[in-house]
Design a protein around this ligand. Structure first.
Ligand code: ARG
Length: 589
């Protein structure tokens, strides 16, 4: 594993050095280098620096040019506009850097030598409840962040904070106690996720109806909550049946999503039950929380209700019950104290932002979070229907996630079938690809806008072959494979001595940026940076493939080899990038 310095950072370093040589009194300055359409790179740093030193930016830029060696890496540099530098690199430097990337399994992307530990809280559905599109976002974004961070070398611990605790279980368990055979599975055969959910749904409805209509049952259900929290064995055993039944359902949905969720990472709200009392005691003893109307509360100057009075975070209710906040605070203690995390990342709906703001601030006051250990909510927006309103069925109900996934697969299969029959895909292949394309499309659409924004769930757009979609990228990947199928005995070889065509340079310079994009996506928790990069890579590859024949008409041997080399590195970068997003790249489409 050898990390490769990108051309951008080599050039950046050289200009920074030239800057300090030209202007030793200025101290280290950032050249503000970026990719540019006019040359390969543009450096804008001279403008700010000249302003600071009250000098002329064009003159300063000219001095930097004088200090900059050209030849091996920088081919040409010129002053332009009010004092930018336009920089062109050599074709040789491009191919040599890419050759170094190509010889590394990790495509030259650095692997942290002194990594931190991040706990990611994601994919957290609720027991005995149907999963909806909101749960999709947390799962998809969270899974991508797990892969991206792990790829950079970070230690990642996954936590699925499922909703498996609380007063609603009193009602459910009491109902099951009174109707003991409701969750029995006939003949010991395995239940499907669909069946499990329909059993739970039926039970939930029946229990709810009884709870709302029968005062006596309501009282028995309340007693059941007390028994559950007290750890009564029989009550717990029944509660466990709900959790188990729900897990069958969750796993079936995560399978459909082509996502691995490990049982040992599922630590739901119930997992912190034993810590709740102590959490509250510490908060009260340290004065972080105070008694108010019998409840244990934490107050914030900047969190006010509509009446102008402070709205507290309630850690223990008047009736002695613990809620969502007490659980989250205990989870923080566990993740920091026991799991030794430096970073806690919560992939949760933006509508819970106030909750997390208050929870994090409370944890800071208690000293559980501090300068070394911090918590971040990767808050995501709402999934909207085509009409721009929160996604609902025609009947006004929340859309079941499974229905949505099934429909995506169906649409994708139609697209795959249309093209696939021409390239001779078998029926089995069409079904498998349909799944990979459909699920990939759903994930990609979710990941390709910045998480904080709402987005419209539009299947037509998602499975379109044109535009910023995963299918477009998957086709580009499949095309690289088909090129190799036709390459015969020609193999990829980097040829730094060749002169490159513009489309080759553009593709090459983009390939060189993969590591930087991954680092950015990881540090800012922005998977959409990676989707944008991959989409552009697929587009540049398409242009390259149009303009620079690889197979037919056959170019001279060395040019063909070098082009195959670019195809190979493109394929590996697309594959690696899509894998980080949890999206498959079929070999044939
Ligand atoms: N189960 C919750 C929901 O469906 C999300 C849990 C988020 N994580 C947390 N630590 N509170 O809304």
């Amino acid at each position: 594993m050898a990390p490769v310095t990108s051309l951008a950072s080599t050039v950046d370093q050289r200009i920074a050095d030239a800057l300090s040589a030209a202007l030793p009194e200025a101290g280290p300055a950032d050249p503000l280098l970026r990719r540019s359409d006019r040359a390969d790179f543009q450096a804008n740093g001279m403008l700010a620096l000249a302003k600071k030193l009250k000098g002329n930016p064009r003159e300063l830029a000219a001095k930097v040019v004088d200090q900059l060696a050209t030849g091996d890496v920088v081919k040409e540099v010129e002053v332009s506009g009010p004092g930018f530098l336009n920089i062109t690199v050599t074709d040789r430097a491009i191919i040599e850097t890419l050759a170094a990337r190509s010889s590394d399994d990790r495509l030259g992307v650095p692997f942290a030598t002194d990594p931190g530990t991040t706990v990611i809280d994601y994919a957290q559905p609720n027991v005995a409840k149907e999963m909806h599109v909101g749960h999709l976002r947390s799962a998809v974004i969270g899974a991508a962040m797990v892969e991206i961070l792990e790829f950079t070398g970070e230690n990642v611990i996954r936590r699925h904070h499922i909703g498996d605790w609380g007063t609603q279980f009193g009602m459910l368990i009491q109902y099951l106690t009174e109707h003991p055979h409701e969750l029995d599975h006939s003949g010991g055969q395995e239940v499907s996720g669909e069946e499990a959910m329909s059993n739970l749904g039926r039970l939930y409805k029946a229990a709810r109806t009884l709870f709302d209509s029968d005062e006596e049952f309501k009282n028995r259900a309340r007693d059941r909550v007390v028994a559950l929290q007290a750890g009564d064995a029989e009550t717990l055993a029944r509660w466990q049946r709900f959790v188990d039944e729900s897990k069958i359902y969750f796993h079936s949905v995560f399978d459909k999503l082509d996502m691995e969720i490990r049982d040992e990472d599922v630590v739901g709200e119930s997992g912190y039950n034993d810590m709740l009392e102590e959490t509250c005691r510490i908060l009260e003893e340290t004065g972080v929380a105070v008694r108010s109307d019998g409840a244990l509360c934490v107050f914030f100057d900047d969190v006010l209700g509509p009446d102008g009075n402070p709205t507290p975070l309630i850690v223990k209710k008047t009736n002695g019950g613990y809620g969502y906040a007490a659980t989250d605070l205990s989870a923080i203690r566990d993740r920091v104290g026991n799991l030794k995390a430096n970073t806690l990342l919560y992939v949760v709906d933006a509508r819970q932002s106030l909750h997390f703001r208050m929870v994090f601030e409370t944890a800071r006051r208690a000293g559980w979070l501090n300068d070394q250990v911090h918590a971040v909510q990767l808050a995501f927006g709402t999934v909207l229907g085509k009409d721009g309103k929160p996604f609902k069925t025609r009947e006004g109900e929340t859309v079941r996630l499974v229905d949505l996934l099934d429909e995506a697969v169906e649409r994708a299969s139609a697209v795959v079938r249309e093209k696939g029959e021409a390239v001779g895909l078998t029926e089995d292949e069409i079904v498998e690809r349909g799944r990979q394309v459909g699920i990939g499309a759903v994930k990609y659409a979710d990941l390709s806008t910045s998480a904080a924004r709402d987005y419209k769930f539009d299947l037509d757009q998602m499975v379109s072959l044109h535009g910023d979609t995963s299918v477009y990228i998957q086709y580009a990947y499949a095309r690289t494979r088909s090129i190799f199928g036709k390459a015969g005995d020609r193999t990829p070889v980097a040829r730094p001595e060749l002169e490159l065509a513009p489309a080759e340079r553009a593709l090459g310079l983009h390939l060189d940026q993969f590591g930087e994009v991954v680092a950015e996506a990881a540090s800012a928790y922005e998977p959409h940076k990676l989707t944008a990069y991959l989409y552009q890579l697929a587009s540049l590859f398409t242009t390259f493939y149009d303009k620079c024949p690889v197979i037919k008409p056959a170019p001279p041997q060395e040019i063909a080899e070098n082009r195959l080399f670019l195809c190979d590195l493109t394929a590996r970068t697309l594959h690696q990038g899509m894998a980080l997003l949890g999206i498959r790249t079929p070999e044939r489409l």
